[in-house]
Design a protein around this ligand. Sequence first.
Ligand code: SF4
Ligand code: SF4
Length: 315
Amino acid sequence: MIYTSLFEKENVSKLCYGTLSLSILQNFDTLENKVNLLNYAYEKGINFLDTAELYDNYNILKEFIKDKDRDKLTLATKSYAYDKKTAEYSVNKALKELNTDYLDVFMLHEQENGNNFLGHYEAVERFMKYKEQGIIKHFGISTHRVQAVRDSIRFKEIEFVFPLFNMKGIGIQDGTIEDMIHAVKNAKENNKFIMAMKIYGGGHLINRPKEAFEFVQNIREVDSIAVGMSTTEEIDANICYLENNELNVNIKNKIRNQKRTLVVEEWCIGCGKCAKKCRQNALHIIDGKCVVDMNKCVLCSYCAGECTDFYIKIV
Ligand code: SF4
Ligand code: SF4
């Protein structure tokens, strides 16, 4: 495993386990199997995990961390808190449901730009008080937008920046991957910790995994890479890519043969742009939401780029 430093904390695995892949939103396996997967990743050296209030999976992480040395783990989470009350709710919920005394990173989820951040400032002030008390170690933002990364340098409170970052720029809402790289470099020069998310473009780059991983790995300003993984083979494969090793052919075949599906997230507004793009006639707007017919879908990903809100994923 390759390790990095998260400010004062050393030996944080560069590969972060993105646990959206274990959330009920994307994964219907048992709690026990999900905890076993996290344990497998931990034995392989992954000690950095990212979650969110939205993922509703603190119970899985609680089971996972209960027999670990907490100080050797790094936990990041996030919420949409916008004022003092919602900030307190989010932090207390995370502490209680994870059964921990502190959170290594707390982020505001899906920030759009500096003005949007200022609109959440009452929550930010409360997070800073938690930081003074040592309950939050570092504060940051997650985002799908270049402008939020650009604007992060205006705020000393933001130490950790978690942008959407993949070789095709899939899901970036306001620019290209080149724009994002430029913004990330600037943020890094301003001492932000950078963690890349959605490096496989929400599953749409899964047929070119090594290339997709290497693309992100080669941007030296990226400190850490969060990847959602749902099988032991995916864990092994991502560690191989990180360490620049050749992937065992059996693992490669298992991943290739893994059953995948297309998921439309519940926040879809039913605009229909994706359905127009689908040549297989697999997408239909029903009751104001996009619905996929998996008998027709060939997982080509052509629809993905149409949804600027990134609500279509292959899992
Ligand atoms: S992945 Fe391809 S076939 Fe499936 S819904 Fe999207 S555009 Fe249609
Ligand atoms: S483009 Fe996105 S928001 Fe519009 S219908 Fe498709 S999934 Fe829903």
